[in-house]
Ligand binder design. Structure first.
Ligand SMILES: C[S@@+](CC[C@H](N)C(=O)[O-])C[C@H]1O[C@@H](n2cnc3c(N)ncnc32)[C@H](O)[C@@H]1O
Length: 217
């Protein structure tokens, strides 16, 4: 695997004890989405972290065929540990491009804004979703981010493309841009909203955009 600066950032973070999801409650919109799922047989957790989302899925669907994906070995290790009772567990280390198969459901929670290749990541989710399958995608919102605080890059229309700080990549999304990227990938938006969740290390409240989507064609 190509161990670039973004990989190093996450690898370092996952190896710190202070990086923990113990006190980070899963947003209620995502929990409601999981609650609404019915009869799903295959599930992909994109950027699984410590596996807290997969755990909720496995508790609801104990026989599910589940694939967890993350770029760092520590994340895969922690998730596998948490899901040790799960019979049909597969893991894929690396970017989403390395994942194969077809999924009834994909959750990508708080991940895509960390992917420098974010435009393509939406398309990859479309590729991996079964026809009539559904997904939940959430990303960092640009709302509330003070411009002067971060070094930012701008595209030709003067929109912020990304923030790069200490080897980290964070893309803040405007609502229209997020929706456009989803529809451009081929997915249809069924529901859309915003929420706040704590960051795992500093426990600060961050704002996110989310969309519940389907692959209808
Ligand atoms: C903020 S955490 C969210 C973890 C999990 N989805 C959750 O909500 O508990 C972001 C996760 O995405 C992973 N990640 C970062 N860039 C990635 C990429 N390009 N492909 C897959 N996973 C990535 C990180 O290692 C980290 O585990």
């Amino acid at each position: 695997m190509y161990r670039n600066q973004f990989w190093c950032y996450w690898d370092r973070k996952h190896n710190q004890d202070e990086y923990t999801y113990k006190n980070v409650f899963i947003d209620e919109n995502l929990l409601e989405y999981i609650e609404s799922l019915d009869n799903i047989k295959t599930f992909l957790d994109h950027g699984c972290g410590h596996g807290r989302i997969s755990k909720v899925i496995c508790d609801k669907f104990p026989d599910i065929d589940i694939t967890v994906n993350d770029i760092t070995p520590k994340a895969i290790e922690k998730t596998t540990e948490l899901l040790h009772e799960t019979k049909n567990l597969h893991s894929v280390l690396g970017e989403i491009q390395y994942v194969s198969g077809e999924y009834d459901c994909i959750i990508s929670h708080r991940v895509i804004h960390s992917c420098p290749d974010y435009e393509n990541t939406f398309t990859e989710i479309y590729r991996l979703l079964k026809k009539q399958g559904s997904c939940f995608i959430s990303v960092r919102s640009l709302d509330g981010i003070p411009k002067e605080k971060h070094r930012q890059s701008f595209n030709s229309k003067n929109n912020i493309i990304f923030k790069k700080i200490k080897g980290r990549f964070t893309k803040f999304f405007k609502t229209d841009e997020f929706k456009e990227l989803i529809t451009h990938s081929g997915l249809s938006i069924k529901n859309f909203g915003t929420f706040s969740e704590l960051s795992a290390k500093s426990q600060t409240e961050n704002k996110y955009l989310y969309a519940i989507c389907e692959k209808v064609k």
